[in-house]
Ligand binder design. Structure first.
Ligand code: SPQ
Length: 429
């Protein structure tokens, strides 16, 4: 782990960026392509460490996966013909890999062991293991299946009708992925709709799935058919440049091919509510995941309230929204976001601690934070907590801070955005 020092002298940012592929969709493309028998091709795949770990897990299960730039070809014998891995499946820093694989592996005829890095070792898994156990899954792990390493003895599963206690696409997806293999009809009920990439991909791979007013219904025993997946640009990565463009003087950034799936695009609504100078040109709705070209220019921002049903639609963008709010006039309130406490790190504490070091007027609350702006930011030594989104928040803060910003470990950014600094340098004027 080496530190990185950043100092930008009142830059303006100008140019085009094509952000890398969506992390959530990239993971799922490998999972679905591996479950389906035959060939699946993927374009626009994210070559981030998290997604490469997903590929590695499926290779250990006997799936042939070839990577050529951002194109991936999967040739799978189908989930029934996977081989029992002699090695532990390593999921690195990826909650998505760990939780969705738990659902998939529960319905195989294999014994598997899964573990990840130190951060994964602290993230709650029982939110997934418990509903899967209701389906008949056999899952063992530290603290009764709460933490990795996890051991899964696959077997027969029965469908459940499950009401989600928290808004989580990972819990919903794990249940649906197990539901493909279960006997009966699996129903998942959401109070607040979380990202729906799994539902869209089930449909793309030929499964019959219905979604009606927060209720997802899936018949068990369906076979998936290999297909082509076109991964959109990741709006969670684009978010850092939307904020950078709005906050730096004399800037205009064009972001190409950004996924604007409505279960993910809360950041656009927040920027609009704050008065950002932004335009969105849709690329049409003719793909599974809609995309747009988004142009952002230097903006005068006013504070806003971010709460309720929008939270799952921007949960990963809250660190950079907090940074945005430090430059908006008035008091921005972010609430209903307790889920931030169980991400790669406790993102309420991490955001508040690190933005305070830069001079922000920010306080943590039980379920979010309150930010008073605008406040000039100054240089500081920041911790990333090994969390890519905190690292990128710090780097974007460096663009507007007076003085040097040091990140203790910028390498963690590679889990979701390996070309992040290259993209900053390309548009620095
Ligand atoms: O995969 P991981 O580590 O959980 O990644 C994060 C992120 O910031 O990239 C969360 F830390 O994104 C999650 C997201 O928060 C990815 C995800 C998905 O692909 O299904 C869903 C969200 O998590 P959750 O817990 O709300 O389901």
């Amino acid at each position: 782990m080496s530190s990185t020092t950043l100092q930008y002298k009142q830059p303006s940012l100008q140019g085009d960026i094509t952000v890398p592929g969506d992390k959530s969709v990239s993971h799922r493309s490998i999972m679905f392509g591996s479950i389906a028998k035959g060939k699946t091709t993927v374009s626009g795949f994210l070559l981030g460490e998290d997604c490469l770990n997903t590929i590695d897990c499926f290779r250990k299960l006997g799936v042939d996966i070839e990577v050529d730039g951002t194109n991936v070809t999967i040739n799978s014998p189908g989930i029934d013909q996977w081989t029992e891995p002699a090695e532990v499946l390593y999921t690195g820093n990826s909650g998505t890999t760990t939780r969705l694989m738990l659902g998939i592996l529960s319905g195989t005829n294999l014994h598997t062991i899964m573990t990840g890095d130190a951060s994964i070792g602290k993230r709650p898994m029982r939110r997934v293991a418990d509903p899967l156990r209701l389906m008949g899954a056999q899952i063992a792990g530290r603290d009764n299946g709460q933490y990795t390493p996890l051991a899964i003895q696959g077997g027969r599963l029965n469908a459940i009708d499950y009401t989600m206690p928290v808004a989580s696409a990972q819990v919903k997806s794990a249940i649906l992925l197990a539901g493909i293999r279960a006997e009966g009809t699996t129903i998942v009920r959401e109070h607040e709709v979380s990202r729906d990439h799994t539902e869209r991909m089930l449909h793309q791979f030929g499964a019959n799935v219905t979604v009606d007013n927060g209720v997802v219904t899936l018949e068990g025993g369906q076979q998936l058919t290999g297909t082509h997946v076109n991964v959109p640009g990741d709006i969670s990565s684009a978010a850092f440049f939307l904020v950078a463009g709005a906050l730096t003087a004399g800037s205009r950034i064009v972001l190409n091919n950004v996924g604007i799936n409505e279960t993910r695009n809360g950041i656009i609504e927040v920027l609009q509510n704050m008065g950002a100078n932004m335009s969105i040109a849709s690329n049409g709705e003719n793909t599974a995941e809609p995309t747009a070209t988004i142009t952002i220019e230097t903006s005068h921002l006013t504070a806003t309230v971010v709460e309720g049903a929008i939270i799952p639609r921007l949960i990963d963008e809250i660190p950079v929204i907090a940074l945005l709010a430090t430059q908006a006039a008035g008091k921005t309130i972010i609430k209903d976001a307790e889920e931030l406490k169980v991400k790669e790190t406790n993102r309420i504490d991490a955001v508040v601690n690190e933005l305070k070091k830069l001079g922000a007027n920010i306080e943590a609350t039980e379920d979010g934070m309150i930010i008073e702006g605008p406040t000039p930011l100054h240089g500081a030594s920041l911790k990333t907590y090994g969390d890519h989104r905190i690292g990128m928040m710090g780097a974007i803060a460096a663009l507007i801070a007076e003085g040097e910003v040091t990140l203790d470990d910028a390498d963690c950014i590679a889990v979701s955005y390996p070309t992040f600094f290259e993209h900053i340098n390309n548009i620095l004027k």
